[in-house]
Design a protein around this ligand. Sequence first.
Ligand SMILES: [Zn+2]
Ligand SMILES: [Zn+2]
Length: 159
Amino acid sequence: MTNEMLQQWVERVSLQYFGRPFKHQATFNGRLKATGGRYFTKSHHIEISPHQLEAFGKEETEKIIKHELCHYHLHLLRRGYRHRDADFKLLLAQVGGSRFCKSLPERTARKPIPHKYKLICKRCGMEYLRKRKVDPAKYVCGKCRGKLSLIMLDIEDMP
Ligand SMILES: [Zn+2]
Ligand SMILES: [Zn+2]
């Protein structure tokens, strides 16, 4: 299948299931291996993995096309176009798109809490980073069992 055929395919699916035209570009990208497709929020282009087509056939690939078109149309309509958005979930279910795609950078990864405190052993100088305030009197150095003191780190000192 050529890129031109893919383009026509995406345009057809767009009109048939979304009632809206796909006015941007759809291409195959052989480097997409772990994911079936991608939608680019800047260019509005869609990329589909040819490996998906080889491995699972047209039916599965069409589900991926629908998935990417959900991102595409909702994004252009300024609706919730991310995987976690209710708009996206609803539209995906309506058109019967594939649930899987790793195209968009999801904001699920939470930032780790930075270490704000440091326990320092008064005897051997061993340091222990802590995220929350702790009472140094309740702990002893794990290395030499010496007494500890607590220091609050400055932002610049944070690892
Ligand atoms: Zn997706
Ligand atoms: Zn120590």
